[in-house]
Ligand binder design. Sequence first.
Ligand code: UD1
Length: 422
Amino acid sequence: MDKILIEGGAPLRGTVRVSGAKNAALPVVAAALLAEGDHVVRNVPDLADVRTMGRLLGHAGCTFERVAGSPAAVVVRTPRSVNPEAPYELVRTMRASVLVLGPMLSRWGRARVSLPGGCAIGARPIDQHLKALTALGAELTLAHGYVEGRVPRGRLRGTTFTFDKETVTGTENVMMAAALAEGRTVLENCAREPEVGDLAAALVRMGAHIEGAGTQRIVIDGVDSLSGLDHDVIPDRIEAGTFLVVGALPRNEVTVAGALPDHMEALVEKLRLAGATVEEVPGGIRVAGPDRPRPVDVRTAPFPGFPTDMQAQMMVLLALADGSSVIKETVFENRFMHVLELERLGAEIAVDGKVAVVKGVPALSGAPVMASDLRASAALVLAGLAAQGTTEVRRVYHLDRGYERIEAKLEPLGARIRRVTA
Ligand code: UD1
């Protein structure tokens, strides 16, 4: 198992370029199931989760290949009929595998998809996906760890559905299913994340009729068939945000090329309150850290709120603040698993349920730590960069699910970081 070794304390300066968004690439690539033929998706990051989605499509009978000479582009070839199944061995490593359910049901009228695994960050049900697909006319049963679905009348039928809870992949799954349903679907209380908007843009280019993506009400007029995908995935706002936090650490100054300010307002606001200087520059965002961060209270919420996927990284900055900050996690349960590891580096954090009180310390000190989930591992890398001495981050496979060679991106900024392959 790979480890990342960091010799912390070096000031970091320079420009880092953000990759395509994992959380946009996954649904867009899954959308290739909706139409026969060749699909081209560009700016697709080369990440473990994306490879898992490729294997899922491969299991179904599609081909999934990187384009020689332009590795950020992927070509998917979807045959006329597929094996509409997503097996446990693939789904267990990635919760977003459930994104194939909607397309399979709407295109082939049947699907068999294992219940998801993914990050160990609390109970993560898919009841909203299932409820909405049922409202569209699918018959779903849960048996032996699988969702088995069929559409008795052959084609899904448009409906009005209100999500009980905003769900990102739920909104995406149902939007894809409704794109080929008969008639109009109105979805209320939808997730407004930019990745939902990016998927809608990709579907519209395939010939779908979708309005309102990015708002809480999405209206989809189903069409009989769709054509091939041709799409550029948006930049990854969570990877970009992670690098913005790097820039906001004391003595650092980092330009994140490709970061889209409109996608990052909640984070930028908190970084400024923490004393960082953040400015838009042509093609990106530049951030410079204060001598010592100020404490800031943070509450995670669905977009446009502060992203839960940035909570752990922000905690590292606040762990070094001159005072106490309160972080409230409202999206997921059990998303403070990085706290124990940050404490090993000298952070002072008290957790009570969904609330963490972070009492800033003047410095962190390096230690061996263990990554527990994707964003927690990014936080540990950031903490290692800021800490004095050596930090060894173990279980890097979590990190590799969502960050494209993070060490190779940080090293040119002056980070003393390297991967050790066991
Ligand atoms: C997506 C992101 C993930 C991010 C999360 C929240 C992808 C591939 N992943 O995950 O990185 O952390 O959004 O921004 O895009 N819920 C239910 N029932 C459901 C679905 C969700 O109760 O059917 C709950 C979840 O347990 C959670 C909340 O709703 O508490 C939000 O989850 P959701 O938006 O669905 O997260 P994902 O789409 O899995």
